[in-house]
Write a protein that binds this ligand. Sequence first.
Ligand code: FAD
Length: 321
Amino acid sequence: MTKVSDHITQAIAAEKTAFSFEILPPLKGQNIDTIFANIDPLMEFAPPFINVTYHREEYIYKEHPDGLLEKKVVRKRPGTVGICAAIQNKYDVDAVPHVLCGGFTKEDTENFLIDMDFLGIENVMALRGDAVKSEIYYKPNKDGNVYAQDLVAQIMDLNQGIYLDDDLQNSSATNFCVGVAGYPEKHLEAPSVESDIHFLKKKVEAGACYVVTQMFFDNQKYFEFVDKARAAGITKPIIPGIKPIATRKQLNMIPQRFNVDLPDELVREVIKCDTTQEIRQVGIEWAIAQSKELMAAGVPVIHYYSMGKSDNIQKIASAIF
Ligand code: FAD
């Protein structure tokens, strides 16, 4: 299999923007065919890699007949590693599992990475993760990595054959290419853009090969972010992440949850719509316009957030790839 950094190098050499996308594992209880049904229509655009998100545990409260509440830990979307292995098997395309700090001890992380290595997966996206749904602030696991930068460092150690147990003899080195997240409009907890870029640089210095951005709807925000990152000395590729708007609810949810602004013109167009179908169409047209401008600017890859439904991504890709 090939590293994402090599796919990027090839796209730059060919002067051809590549298409890639992210999928979510299905809700527990569904089968792998729901994933394949979303990927199949996108294969004609020859994605060099496909990302699969990771969803940490949630706490739910189950009420018993006597009124007592039982706190239960559930994972609603398990299956990240299995889906990655299935993608590599079925499509012969590199799968990029997301790996989190939150909810993992360093030992869990090491074992997760060993599974991936044994499955022939050579790419991972290293992320901190958010707070669990019932908590306001992110809390690192007591024995886990605190920031994505620490996770990148652990993966780089493994790439040198350095495991947590230093008594291991003749240990085998892994060979992961690591991507990290960047935020054109600043991560919601960061006190300033400058501070966020400072810590992005730390992730790159720790060993990340490339950056994938949070969604943005105004390309200017991406171009300015890239300029600032370059001025700060970050030289690795910065892949733009594009998400087509698909529902009216997202107008309020996206700014609140992701600290991402929506341009007035896009909001006006969505508000005019009577049906979700019309909103999806507005989202498609906006994403096509964004993609065309990014392509003209020479980005090596455009990465699309599919959110588990690929019909809109298929329409965008048909228009431009
Ligand atoms: P970090 O890089 O650790 O940064 C988190 C915050 O801490 C930032 O504000 C940063 O400025 C600050 N910071 C960083 N290092 C330090 C330091 N040393 N000292 C002080 N402050 C510091 N979430 C999931 O749960 N599953 C997924 O699959 C997933 N995929 C994603 C894919 C992409 C492309 C993106 C953009 C996000 C994804 N997320 C996912 C969401 C992500 O987990 C959250 O945005 C999370 O809040 C931050 O993750 P990070 O890796 O950017 O964190």
